[in-house]
Design a protein around this ligand. Structure first.
Ligand code: HGY
Ligand code: MN
Ligand code: MN
Ligand code: MN
Length: 419
């Protein structure tokens, strides 16, 4: 492969350094590892910092009605529709520093690159840092992306977090009004397209020696909540044969979820990531357990069949063990294709800067792009990440790859201008 000349990497370095900066207190709710939940203690400070970087890059910055940070680089005419570049500023608990945030920093660096050269377009460029993509605090994900896309669900404004704090109260504490949450929605004619740069969060690009990849589609997701109700009892006196142990039943259900997830094609995955046990003390037979079920597959049908199998087997386990089961579908995100025209532009930009044919791949991870696709055509570019590790403090990127991604983003925007 042609050896590319050593790159000047100041912009890539700045993007990585800013992600590292935002990975520590007070921008993160944890003293040791990163945790940046939506409207958490560090959210306001994080948005302030990003707003300052957006302004420095030549944008105006504002916090929208849903607590997203929005930077705007005007086109040649005011009020022009925008090419939106975005990703998310929140994280999972004990997350990595680059999941989401690197895409926001690359959006800022893309604008800075054009501003430094005095380039203006027939369109504006907006950079959006979505406040809630992970769903780390409230039970569903992509809440503020759905606010921007105008696709909120009836239950969304009534969401309550694990501590019993409702969305309205959390917004009020942040200086926002829940009755205005829907005002974050954008008009279709304002958004020409949405582009997201994100770490792959998987091993493919590294294994095959690619710095970047072009995303063809984003996998379908279901998120369920399961509530198992048994009979609490004294751990010392309740005979085993008389028990209706909610945790033992849940444990059998977790193994059933794992078995069903493993019985399908490689891209079918099923995960129980969160479990609360009540009352949660060593000398009481658990009476109640709540756990999450996350099911994904590249196509809706495979996801749906796995969900049907799980919805059939869990009640059987509950009946046999004499416990109650309430299974609720909390989130349904269908598989989302990226726009073929934009993806062709992105592929051309990627091959121009890497000197190699681009690697095209499906994203098993969910992204803001799958919701923004309800508002505008979308394109995604992936960056290699070390060992494919993500949702883990060990998440890491190479500065050179970030620089190459920036070059691909600026090449994409220049091609987009020609369309
Ligand atoms: O869950 C996901 O795939 C994403 O990280 N929110
Ligand atoms: Mn930790
Ligand atoms: Mn994530
Ligand atoms: Mn992400």
């Amino acid at each position: 492969m042609v050896k590319m000349p050593a790159r000047e990497t100041a912009s890539g370095l700045r993007a990585v350094a800013r992600c590292d900066d935002l990975g520590v207190a007070p921008y993160s709710d944890s003293d040791d590892h990163l945790f940046r939940p939506y409207l958490g203690a560090g959210h306001a400070a994080t948005l302030d910092r990003i707003a300052a970087w957006m302004t420095e890059a030549g944008m105006t910055a504002r916090v929208d009605a849903a607590g997203n940070i929005v930077g705007r680089y005007e086109g040649r005419h005011p009020d022009a529709p925008a090419l939106v570049i975005g990703s998310h500023v929140d994280s999972v608990r004990d997350g990595g520093r680059y999941d989401g945030m690197l895409g926001v920093m690359l959006g800022i660096e893309t604008v800075a690159w054009f501003a430094e050269r005095g380039r203006r377009f027939a369109f504006a460029i907006e950079v959006i840092g979505f406040g809630d993509e992970e769903g780390s605090r409230f039970p569903v994900s992509m809440l503020t992306t759905r606010a921007v896309a105008g696709v909120l669900g009836d239950q969304d404004l009534a969401l309550v977090d694990a501590a019993g704090v409702g969305l309205a109260e959390a917004l009020d504490g942040f200086g926002l009004d829940v009755t205005r949450f829907v005002d974050a929605a954008r008009e279709r004619e304002d958004v020409l397209a949405y582009v997201e740069a994100h770490i792959e969060q998987g091993p493919v690009l590294e294994a095959e020696g690619h710095a970047l990849g072009v995303v063809s589609a984003i996998a379908a997701q279901y998120r369920f909540r399961a509530v198992v109700t048994g009979v609490a009892g004294h751990a010392g006196t309740m005979a085993m044969r008389l028990r209706h142990d909610a945790l033992a039943a849940a444990a059998e259900m977790v193994l059933a979820v794992e078995r069903i997830g493993g019985a399908g094609p490689e891209d079918l995955v099923a995960t129980v990531g969160r479990m609360e046990v009540g009352p949660g003390v060593p000398n009481v037979v658990p009476g109640a357990v709540t756990f999450s079920i996350d099911i994904r597959a590249g196509v809706d049908g495979v996801r749906d069949r796995a969900a049907e199998a799980i919805q059939a087997v869990l009640p059987e386990i509950a009946a046999r063990r004499g416990v109650g089961l309430e299974l609720t579908l909390q989130q349904d995100l269908p598989a989302t294709p990226c726009d073929s025209g934009l993806s062709a532009l992105m592929a051309d930009a990627v091959s121009a800067v890497t000197g190699a044919a681009p690697r095209v791949l499906v994203s098993g991870a969910g992204h803001d792009a799958m919701v923004m696709a309800r508002l505008a055509p979308v394109s995604m570019v992936f960056l290699r990440c070390r060992g494919g590790i993500s949702h883990n403090p060990a998440e890491a990127v190479e500065v050179e790859d970030v620089q190459v991604a920036l070059e691909a983003m600026t090449a994409f925007v220049s091609r987009f201008e020609q369309t």
